[in-house]
Design a protein around this ligand. Structure first.
Ligand code: LLP
Length: 435
């Protein structure tokens, strides 16, 4: 059988699905369901694929930043630290988690279109390396706080390059009409540069952009790097300012089903590096350090979710519903974006997928769907195990307690062993804040 990820296969003897070489049925028995699994070796391999692609590209300076919004918990930051990654943080919660995990905060980038004064103080207290600023007000607030503390704060300015990444609307952020960043065409990006350069406790390190997420279109990053370097050159001419860092954001797409394309990272990075080199040479601009900020392409295929099948409702002339013991509370992505997923009958992998069904969750909402038009064996029954692949990104991090459903634990798989990284939530946890 061919699977969407290399770390998934089937045991010939048992007919069970294996993930990272481990029997999913045994893992479900040991830890219960619903269950988030993370293949630690795959996570590390994904970091190394970025590092090695950049090394091969021959660029003089680069940095790979993990976008923690894809999946953030202490063990994740420990792994990122060990892999030499920097991290993107977007809230005091993410900052505190990285800090508690012992992450070197000088390698952190604090993002957000609306950092409150208290967020800014929180980030200063934690010693975040960089602020990625999105407005003049924010630059001024950073200046004020840095001045109070007698330090100079490194900052990047987030620019919207006006590029449509041909991705779905909710995650398209590089276009001008966006709540994120400062547009080049409106002159607001330039005004922010002038502002940053006038502030004595702000050190402008360069520019950032993020064109969107699940990007597959051919030349998006190549166009972005060109637009951004033209802007950097314009700023050199206007202010004599030379950017030292150019952060191209995240967004590289990953396959969720056999129908999705696979991006060759070596080729992609080489192509971006080529476009970057060309525009720098053309403009005789000293090459800044190039940064990227992947989240999904680090975490997605390292994850899998296991569920126990509950009621199966067959509606003659309509369709079949297979209910599982989780749903939109642990994976809201179909409900939000109609995202595709590969669902597999983990303990019946050798049986034919002769029943079409919708895999649905347990929440009191019709939109609580994991996936539609899923082939499952006709023999599927209550108590069977159902696996959803590629759930490592934006599942745990977007999970909720809707209907007061407890969130699943995160179990890491490593070299044939497994361990809990985040324990299962209990009803006591859910009531913890109720007075
Ligand atoms: N950098 C910035 C500034 C971002 O806003 C994002 C994602 C990333 C990096 C990482 O992008 P990635 O490599 O993961 O595509 N909840 C949505 C995705 C939202 C992405 C938001 N920003 C989903 O489940 O598809």
């Amino acid at each position: 059988m061919n699977f969407v990820c290399k770390n998934i296969s089937v045991c010939e003897r048992t007919g069970h699905l294996t993930f990272a070489g481990q029997d999913t049925v045994s893992l479900a028995e040991k830890y219960g369901t619903p269950l988030y699994l993370f293949d630690e070796d795959r996570l590390r391999e994904n970091c190394r694929r970025y590092m090695s692609a950049f090394q091969k590209s021959g660029l003089p300076g680069f940095r790979v930043i993990y976008a923690g919004k894809a999946a953030a918990f202490k063990q994740m930051y420990r792994i990122m630290r060990e892999e030499g990654m920097a991290v993107d943080l977007v809230s005091p919660g993410e900052i505190a988690t990285a800090e508690a995990a012992g992450f070197p905060m000088e390698l952190s980038y604090f993002h957000g279109n609306n950092k409150t004064d208290s967020d800014i103080r929180f980030a200063f207290d934690a010693g975040v390396g960089y602020f990625v600023a999105e407005s003049e007000e924010e630059l001024e607030a950073i200046e004020e706080e840095a001045k109070k503390r007698g330090i100079v704060q490194k900052v990047l300015i987030r620019v919207t390059p006006g590029i449509d990444p041909h991705t779905y609307e909710a995650v398209a952020t590089g276009k001008v009409d966006s709540k994120f960043g400062l547009a080049i065409v409106t002159g607001q990006a330039e005004a922010a540069v002038a502002c940053a350069l006038s502030l004595p406790h702000v050190k402008l390190m360069g520019f950032h952009c993020h064109v969107g997420s699940m990007v597959f279109a051919e030349d998006v990053y190549e166009r972005a790097v060109k637009v951004m370097m033209e802007f950097a050159d314009d700023m050199r001419q206007k202010f004599g300012y030379i950017a030292e860092e150019l952060n191209l954001g995240g967004g590289i797409g990953v396959p969720y089903t056999e129908a999705d394309a696979v991006i060759d990272l070596d080729e992609k990075i080489a192509s971006i590096a080529g476009a970057f080199r060309a525009v720098c040479a053309e403009r005789d601009f000293p090459m800044p350090m190039l940064l990227v900020e992947p989240g999904r392409s680090i975490a997605a295929d390292a994850g899998m979710t296991l569920y126990t099948v509950g009621s199966i409702k067959k509606l003659p002339g309509y369709k079949n519903y297979v209910s599982v013991d989780g749903g939109m509370t642990d994976n809201p992505r179909f409900a939000l974006y109609r995202s595709s997923y590969t669902c597999l009958p983990a303990n019946r992998m050798k049986e034919p997928g002769d029943m079409q069904c919708s895999v649905v969750g347990r929440c009191c909402e019709s939109g609580d769907i994991i996936q539609e038009n899923v082939p499952m064996p006709e023999t599927l029954a209550r108590g069977d195990l159902l696996a959803v692949c590629t759930t490592g990104a934006y599942n745990y991090s977007m999970a909720s307690n809707y209907n007061r459903v407890c969130r699943p634990p995160v179990v890491m798989l490593k070299g044939g062993d497994s361990y809990v990284a985040v324990r299962r939530e209990t009803e006591e946890d859910i009531m913890m804040y109720d007075l």
